[in-house]
Write a protein that binds this ligand. Structure first.
Ligand SMILES: Cc1ncc(COP(=O)(O)O)c(C=O)c1O
Length: 442
């Protein structure tokens, strides 16, 4: 085949055009253009049904662990399949000569959703990678201190603990109240531990154990006041919590796109404030000429461009809905099951559900009912998938609490998604009501 004919036959060329025209997204309601408020739209079933239908999930089970990892919608899966097939036609040519050109579109789309300049946005594989770029890439010296609460994600704590064994930095952890009814208490606890040796504050936008939102804006302001860098773990924040990065005013922010954005598995994003890029070392080496370029964090060898480009479809899907509406819907679903059981005094909330303090995720335990047994009952008898959270943490002295100390958190973490149905939420609520009335089956 002549080269010209070969190129013309490559489906990738067509793909570059068709991806501009996401016709399959047209079935979704355009909630962002709707005159109704987010609170009104949250209970508008006819609108959300089209969203539910766009997810080909296994409805023979109820998946309420979307906080772990979320499914992609059909349009996103279709795009990934199509782009992968095209790339396999001639990988080195299609991925590196054609598809790679569109990577900047992804960066721009993500930056727009995040509310910042694309030159501060790197595409990564997940939150862990983005955060570790910051945690390992900052210049820290023996004796420098890092502060965080003890409910940070274990991998991120382990990253700093490893750095502490290797480089002699000190990780100072502290407990925070459960449930967190006064968010300012977190800021006070950070501030009380700041010393002349404090270099970094690590804070989650949403605690993974409970779904509790933390006052990250106030922690960023605290860092700025003291000249201390702030790393925000946004694993559960992006596409879940309405916020704009430039208003948050943080130094480093990492998230996974396979959680609340429902992008393909193994996609993430890292924000680094422009002035901080030059001094942050990438995990994999890049050239000196890239020193101040956000793209240096993407020098990771061969990986899937189809995966990266499919992020665009997930962004477009999300933009039909809007983060404010997604947040309101998730809050609505959470309250639908939570209000059924909140009147029972045996229900212990590990999440403060006051407005604006949590979204789709909540955590509760039942006095006298073993959490793991409750989770087993939900799964084995009702095919409802949740997870048990048991967390002991550290004492006020920052030391790990002994095994005999009471747990800080012992409860079920429940995370429906915006594609979950009311019937699924009600089925879950009914099971818990039944357990409250009759106990677990023998
Ligand atoms: C708060 C938090 N940080 C980081 C991570 C790591 O995310 P990933 O496994 O996508 O890198 C998670 C995962 O659930 C998380 O909840």
């Amino acid at each position: 085949m002549k080269r010209r004919h070969f190129l013309a036959s490559l489906p990738a060329l067509a793909a570059c055009r068709s991806a501009q025209d996401p016709a399959s997204l047209a079935s979704l309601p355009n909630l962002r253009a709707d005159d109704r408020t987010a609170a009104e739209l949250a209970g508008e079933e006819s609108e959300w049904r089209a969203v539910q239908d766009a997810f080909a999930v296994d409805r023979s089970m109820v998946n309420f662990n979307n906080g772990g990892v979320s499914p992609s919608s059909e349009p996103v899966q279709e795009s990934l399949k199509r782009l992968t097939a095209e790339a396999n036609g001639a990988p080195a040519y299609v991925m590196w000569r054609l598809q790679d050109k569109r990577r900047e579109e992804v960066r721009t789309a993500l930056a727009e959703l995040l509310g910042t300049d694309p030159e501060q946005v790197a595409i990564t594989r997940n939150t862990s990678e983005g955060l570790q770029i910051c945690q390992f890439g900052m210049n820290l010296e023996r004796g420098d201190q890092v502060l965080c609460c003890d409910q940070e994600y274990p991998r991120m704590i382990n990253t700093f603990l490893q750095r502490s064994r290797r480089d002699g930095i000190e990780l100072v952890r502290f407990p925070i109240p459960v449930p967190l009814t006064d968010p300012d208490e977190v800021v006070r606890r950070f501030e009380a531990r700041i010393t002349p040796r404090t270099r970094v504050l690590l804070v989650s936008q949403v605690i993974n154990l409970t779904g509790q939102f933390l006052p990250v804006d106030a922690v960023c302001a605290l860092g700025r006041k003291h000249g201390i860098a702030v790393i925000v773990d946004g694993a559960h924040g992006f596409a879940h919590v309405p916020f704009k990065m430039d208003e948050l005013d943080c130094d480093y922010y990492a998230t996974s796109l396979h959680k609340w954005l429902s992008a393909p598995f193994g996609t993430g994003m890292l924000y680094v404030r422009k002035e901080r890029i030059g001094d942050l070392w990438p995990l994999m080496a890049s050239s000196e000429s890239q020193r101040a370029d956000i793209r240096k964090f993407e020098e990771i060898g061969t990986y899937s461009l189809p995966l990266v480009l499919s992020i665009l479809d997930a962004v477009r899907f999300h933009q039909r809905l809007g983060t404010v509406n997604v947040h309101a819907r998730l809050t609505y679903l959470r309250e639908r099951w939570a209000q059924r059981i909140e009147g029972d005094p045996r229900v212990r909330w590990n999440t403060d559900r006051s407005p604006g303090r949590a979204g789709g995720i909540a955590n509760f335990g039942i006095e006298g009912v073993d959490t793991a047994a409750l989770q087993k009952h939900l799964w084995e008898d009702h095919r409802i998938y949740t997870i048990t959270i048991r967390h002991r943490g550290v004492g006020t002295d920052g030391q790990e609490l002994p095994a005999e100390a009471p747990l800080q958190i012992d409860g079920l973490r429940v995370s429906p998604s915006f594609y979950s149905t009311l019937e699924e939420v009600d089925r879950f609520g009914a099971v818990i009501e039944n357990v409250l009335e009759h106990g677990l089956p023998a």
